[in-house]
Ligand binder design. Structure first.
Ligand code: 5GP
Ligand code: ZN
Length: 150
């Protein structure tokens, strides 16, 4: 039988055609990269399946306004590919974390807060206040931020 993707063989129906699994060198760390995760809110926004007020899109990054803004400017910057948190994104080591930060600065410039200053936050894990398990940088600006954060 000719080899076909699992999802076309009646098996593994949860695997979409955009899913990608990479396993790098045997002696190094194993990296599993999932392109799109079903039921992930931000994968849905990146794919255009779930509406959002997008302000920037590249081949690897999407930025959109937070639905519950905590500052006059509150934009979320995400990689299109699914990583659970910033540590997983950093471990991928393919420059994507740098791109997220570069686009966060681009968002700050586009929204007029770059000169005055802004904050970039990666809430990580339960104590970090992370509620969506697809890595996202919050770009907050347009008011003076306080410290320490709540
Ligand atoms: P976290 O709590 O994980 O650091 O950040 C998740 C962010 O996603 C929150 O600031 C929340 O307001 C935002 N958010 C949750 N659901 C939606 C949504 O459906 N659309 C948009 N644009 N933002 C969302
Ligand atoms: Zn996702």
């Amino acid at each position: 039988m000719q080899a076909r993707p699992l999802h076309q063989r009646g098996g593994a129906p949860w695997v979409r055609s955009t899913d990608t699994i990479y396993v790098r060198s045997l002696d190094g760390p194993v990296h599993v990269k999932i392109g799109t995760v079903p039921d992930c809110l931000f994968c849905g926004i990146a794919a255009g399946d779930i509406p959002a007020r997008k302000i920037l899109e590249t081949d690897r990054i999407v930025a959109f306004h937070d639905i519950n803004p905590q500052a006059p400017v509150h934009v979320l910057v995400i990689p299109r590919s699914h990583y659970a948190d910033v540590a997983a994104l950093a471990a991928a080591g393919d420059g994507l974390l740098t791109e997220v930060i570069e686009q966060a600065h681009q968002v700050a410039t586009m929204t007029g807060v770059a000169d005055g200053g802004y904050r970039v936050v990666f809430n990580t894990g339960d104590d970090g206040g992370q509620t969506v398990q697809h890595v996202h940088a919050h770009v907050l600006g347009g008011r003076a931020m306080t410290w320490p954060p709540g």
